[in-house]
Design a binder for this molecule. Structure first.
Ligand code: NAD
Length: 419
């Protein structure tokens, strides 16, 4: 295997070092947390539709279980590599700890281009993978979920393969399942709705309310659409939205529900009749708005374009949309950048509710699930904000979020007698 040039695991370790130093812990804490508990590498021979056998490779990394069973998605991608999976599993430890749910961090991956496989080949690959990792997962050990290029159908195959193997119907072995197999419909809205909650809470801190505040979104997929919808329902003005095909603007603000309908039907926001003007996909980033929601890709705001960003609050629906240099610059300018680890945790919080619901035999009402999400997101936001004020708001809010997360994990490790 060739060593990748950019190593996300090195980045993850740097972030950990920063948090450990900020909290005043010693090297011992860093060393215990810098290495995952276990990484399983598995060979995945799969019979293709033409009768040949192809061998794929996959991993499951279990980073830390101080707070509970490992939890995190499985991605299918042609470039995924072991260190990426390890880094993502460490990142899940912090994300779950910050979310306030009783989970550690895990992540899985298969090096494959799923777009080149037939439905039947994908099923065989998914079953082979889950069979291969079955000995280290479990409803109280490690609970996978969807990630890049995996979806509720993949989770149904995982759950079925596991249930066959243990001769028991274990719906809660994975989350993000189809509704009929124990999933929750509200899972679809939970990431975007959660991001909107954090933006609303930040707006309350700065201006007392989110009502009447202007919002721009870069990216209008699952996360962007539901962030826009909730903010629209709370009286914010959605003035700009974009997707990979282009962007649209309205000084009066868009009706988010109508816009979602249009996007679903036409595949793009471009052409929406209420638009006053059309612009490029990246243009929402540079508008003079109160709230900006990057909801597309990583590295949207970098040291090259940070000077052009004028929003006062940035709520990161996407993973990693702000580079570390840009983050530092924005903090210096007094911009509130709500970090991804806090702003897009709605999905994983809803996963926890799905898991609880499976264990209770399907007891929870969807409105109860939403009320829990609201409570968790606001509490987590409040706690991070408090710690941010303690460390000083000239630091990126991200430092405070990592601080709260790492502190929770370390506290659990101390009580368990690990350190
Ligand atoms: P998605 O595929 O549903 O939507 C992505 C959107 O971004 C699409 O509208 C696409 O057209 C748009 N886009 C792509 N390139 C663009 C560009 N250059 N400029 C403007 N728009 C562009 O994906 P999603 O599920 O909404 O995820 C978006 C981000 O949120 C990703 O970073 C993802 O990792 C993160 N995230 C999503 C979830 C979730 O539950 N959906 C959870 C956590 C994090």
């Amino acid at each position: 295997m060739t060593t990748p040039v950019y190593d996300p695991y090195e980045e993850a370790k740097k972030q950990l070092r920063k948090a450990v130093d900020l909290l005043g812990y010693g090297d011992e804490v860093y060393e215990v947390l810098a290495v995952p508990d276990r990484v399983l590498e598995v060979k995945l021979p799969v019979r293709m539709d033409d009768g040949t056998v192809k061998v794929f490779i996959g991993w499951r990394s279990q980073h830390n279980c101080a707070l509970g069973p490992y939890k995190g998605g499985v991605r299918y991608h042609p470039n995924v590599h072991k260190n990426e999976v390890i880094a993502l599993s460490m990142w899940m430890t912090w994300k779950n700890a910050l979310a306030g749910i009783p989970y550690g961090g895990g992540k899985g991956g298969i090096r494959v281009d799923p777009r080149k496989l037939s439905f039947a080949e994908l099923e065989r690959l998914s079953r082979t993978f889950f069979h291969a990792i079955a000995d280290i997962v479990g409803i109280d050990r490690d609970i996978p979920a969807p990630d890049v290029y995996t979806n509720p159908q993949t989770m149904a195959w995982f759950m079925d393969e596991y249930s066959r193997k243990v001769s028991n119907q274990i719906l809660g072995i994975v989350t993000g399942k189809p509704k009929i197999l124990g999933g929750l419909n509200v899972r679809m809205i939970s990431t975007g709705h959660g991001t909107a909650i954090t933006a609303r809470e930040a707006a309350k801190k700065l201006w007392g309310t989110v009502e009447g505040k202007t919002v721009a979104l870069q990216g209008f997929g699952n996360a962007g659409q539901y962030a826009a919808k909730s903010l629209y329902e709370w009286g914010a003005k959605i003035v700009a939205v974009s997707d990979s095909k282009g962007g649209i603007y309205s000084s009066k603000g868009f009706n988010a529900e109508e816009l979602i309908k249009w996007k679903v039907e036409k595949g793009t926001v471009v052409g929406f009749p209420e638009a006053e003007k059309t612009f490029k996909s990246d243009d929402p980033l540079y508008l003079d708005v109160d709230i900006l929601i990057p909801a597309a890709l990583e590295n949207a705001i970098t040291k090259e374009n940070v000077d052009k960003v004028k929003a006062k609050i940035i709520a990161e629906a996407a993973n990693g949309p702000t580079t570390p240099e840009a983050d530092v610059e924005l903090a210096k300018r007094g911009v509130v950048v709500i970090p991804d680890i806090l702003a897009n945790a709605g999905g994983v919080i809803m996963s926890h509710i799905e898991w609880v619901n499976n264990r209770m035999g399907g007891w929870i009402k969807e409105e109860e699930a939403l009320a829990r999400l609201e409570e968790k997101m606001t509490n987590n936001f409040e706690e991070v904000w408090k710690f941010w004020e303690e460390i000083g708001r000239d630091h990126p809010m991200r430092d405070a979020a990592y601080g709260v997360a790492v502190k929770r994990v370390v506290e659990a490790m101390k009580l368990r007698g690990w350190i």
